[in-house]
Ligand binder design. Structure first.
Ligand code: M6R
Length: 618
């Protein structure tokens, strides 16, 4: 199935289509980049030329000589971000019918693809790829031929039959120079200029050619010709649209209007978390790990869990340790990939090694996975990039649905890994009888409230921005918390230091007085995280200890704990949730803090010095 983050571009007009498609797709690579393809048609030929590659757009450009090797004035292109179905040339778009009558690209997800595939198979269709897009294109072809109707009617019949979301662009062999598009819940815009008509998932793809766009509405279709676009509703009746002038500059447009990818990705967290949770919830509202590849028998057999990861993913592991041990009552050990791989670990043969990685390519995590496999221990990967090395090599995979993460500092990657771990903990707890069914259902309901709560925290970002500007030139920051709050501190501290270059450290609050407290001077910023009610008083005492040595205190706790204002100098509240899920909410102000300090210091937020997005060397 194809999910939300793919990029579509189409053009029909005076110039050659392929170079325009490649250029447009290059502006959409932030929407996905595991494979790409174009389909181009010449007016004087019956044949549509389709060129596809696995890998980044660069490969497609090489294969087509920058597009110049593919001739024709009308074409569609696609850059893919797989969430199901390996990235491969076969799964790459465009998809085409056997006789070449219909060819198309799609961004979105077709929910009833199984039923549609069966229907088409009964009618003589066969399938070469694992994608729902191929099914969608062949369904258009089926209605087009069965009812002998025009493209708009064939699309309308398809839209009525399909459940899910889509931005779809299709070319019909019998209609040269024309592109037909349809949209439901996935982004799509149409642009025009005297040279031709363009369609794209997002503005940056066509900004170089035109600033005049139409926004196609939900459940609407359009016919694109060289002269312009005509819009239709589901009944096939024409709809009138107004041209809108885009005023953004190209760079801002690529970042969806945000100044940096990091801020854009912070804002994408509610959706990424919602999608990840939704991917393993069944119609009855229970967690179903079948797609992950874990049966109840597998879960009952686990004697011990070893979580292995690096950086922020390791911090997810620390939080998960508390949650899994508490909810599922399985012993958990968390290790850095770089330590695990050389430690000659003694692993219980009935254990489960869980490797967490956004990129799926981190060298130390990958080596740790191989080490575990060599020792014959079962492995589970929590990975964002489909088809990445860790995803391919692990025995089973829980894919997070964060979409492509561009900023080096992870935000939505981290948040989706966290919820994946909660879901595992809940299901493990239920299956192993460690969790009361009623509490399990409360947790299922509560976890689904996280996206909206994250949204509320982000909305209140100005307060953090103000605080960040005040502390932008701090020399040191110390984060302190206990239990899950300690795990939150680890991530908050990394977020601050990696993007703002302010020295920061995270401590288990009780550890501070074993040495580090000697660093506290007048005005040193200490951030206390206090979301765990049974540890609240203890951490408050530790805050008082540093305050009496001159520290300036920020307290991060949940609404209701207003008495914190008697102790701290600056307070931040997050909504209440089940305390096992607290990391998901408390981390958001800390991501914002790191971001705003870096911006206030005028730093390159998305690409901090000395760092790489994916650390593929040890
Ligand atoms: O791709 P991975 O999740 O395996 O990456 C692990 C770390 O390199 C990553 O989390 C790193 O610490 C980030 N810069 C944190 O923002």
């Amino acid at each position: 199935m194809e999910r939300i983050m793919c990029g579509i571009v189409g053009f029909t007009g005076e110039g050659q289509a392929a170079p325009i498609l490649l250029d447009g797709l290059s502006k959409l690579e932030y929407r996905g980049y595991d494979s790409a393809g174009i389909a181009v048609k010449r007016d004087d030929s019956d044949r549509v030329e389709v060129v596809k590659v696995k890998g980044r757009l660069e490969e497609l450009s090489k294969k087509t000589n920058g597009g110049h090797a593919v001739k024709g004035n009308c074409g569609i292109g696609h850059t893919r971000w797989a969430t199901h179905g390996e990235p491969s040339e076969l799964n790459a778009h465009p998809h085409v019918t056997e006789d070449g009558a219909v060819v198309g690209v799609h961004n979105g997800i077709i929910e009833n693809y199984v039923e549609l595939r069966e229907k088409l198979q009964k009618n003589g269709y066969s399938f070469y790829s694992q994608t729902d897009t191929e099914i969608l294109i062949k369904l258009v072809d089926y209605y087009y031929k069965k009812y002998k109707v025009g493209p708009i009617d064939a699309l309308a019949k398809t839209m009525v039959r399909v459940r899910g979301s889509y931005a779809l662009a299709v070319m019909f062999r019998d209609y040269p120079g024309e592109i037909y598009v349809a949209r439901k819940d996935s982004p799509m815009i149409i642009g025009t200029n005297p040279e031709g008509t363009y369609v794209a998932s997002d503005v940056p793809a066509i900004l170089r050619y035109t600033r005049n766009v139409y926004y196609i509405g939900n459940l609407e279709m359009a016919r694109l010709t060289r002269e312009g676009a005509t819009f239709y509703d589901l009944n096939g009746d024409e709809v009138t649209k107004k041209l809108v002038e885009i005023k953004w500059d190209a760079e801002a447009a690529e970042k969806g209007g945000y100044e940096h990818f990091m801020m854009k990705e912070i804002h994408e967290q509610p959706k990424a978390v919602r999608d990840t949770i939704g991917s393993v919830l069944n119609a009855e509202g229970n967690v179903d790990l079948t797609a992950v590849g874990l049966s109840d028998e597998d879960i009952r057999d686990i004697s011990q869990i070893y979580i292995v990861a690096c950086g922020s993913a390791y911090h997810v592991g620390i939080a998960a340790q508390y949650v899994i041990e508490d909810l599922a009552r399985i012993p958990v050990r968390v290790e850095l990939g770089s330590e695990f791989r050389y430690r000659k670990p003694l692993l219980d043969p009935k254990g489960l090694v869980v490797v967490i990685s956004q990129s799926g390519e981190t060298a130390d995590s990958l080596a740790a996975l191989r080490e575990a496999k060599e020792k014959g221990v079962k492995t589970l990967a929590i990975v964002n990039v489909v088809g990445s090395s860790i995803a391919r090599e692990a025995d089973s995979v829980f894919y997070t649905l964060a979409g492509p993460e561009i900023a080096v500092a992870t935000t939505k990657g981290y948040s989706t890994q966290l919820v994946a771990c909660y879901l595992l903990a809940m299901q493990f707890g239920l299956v192993r009888g460690a969790l009361e069914e009623s509490y399990y259902h409360e947790l299922v309901a509560e976890i689904q409230t996280l996206p909206e709560k994250i949204d509320r925290i982000i909305e209140d970002k100005e307060r953090i921005q103000w605080f960040a500007s005040k502390y932008a030139h701090a020399r040191d920051v110390f984060f302190v918390g206990r239990g899950i709050d300690y795990a939150i501190c680890l991530e908050g501290s990394l977020k601050v230091k990696e993007v703002s270059y302010v020295h920061s450290e995270a401590y288990a609050a009780g550890e501070l007085k074993h040495g580090t407290i000697s660093l506290i001077e007048d005005g040193t910023l200490v951030i206390g995280v206090l979301t765990q009610s049974d540890l609240y008083e203890k951490t408050v005492s530790n805050l008082v200890e540093v305050k009496s040595r001159g520290a300036y205190l920020m307290g991060l706790t949940t609404y209701g704990h207003y008495e914190i204002e008697d102790t701290v100098d600056f307070n931040v509240y997050v909504p209440r949730t089940d305390e096992h899920f607290a990391s998901s909410l408390a981390v958001i102000p800390l991501q914002l803090l790191g971001y705003y300090i870096a911006v206030a210091r005028g730093l390159d937020v998305d690409k901090p010095r000395n760092l790489a997005k994916s650390v593929t060397v040890e």
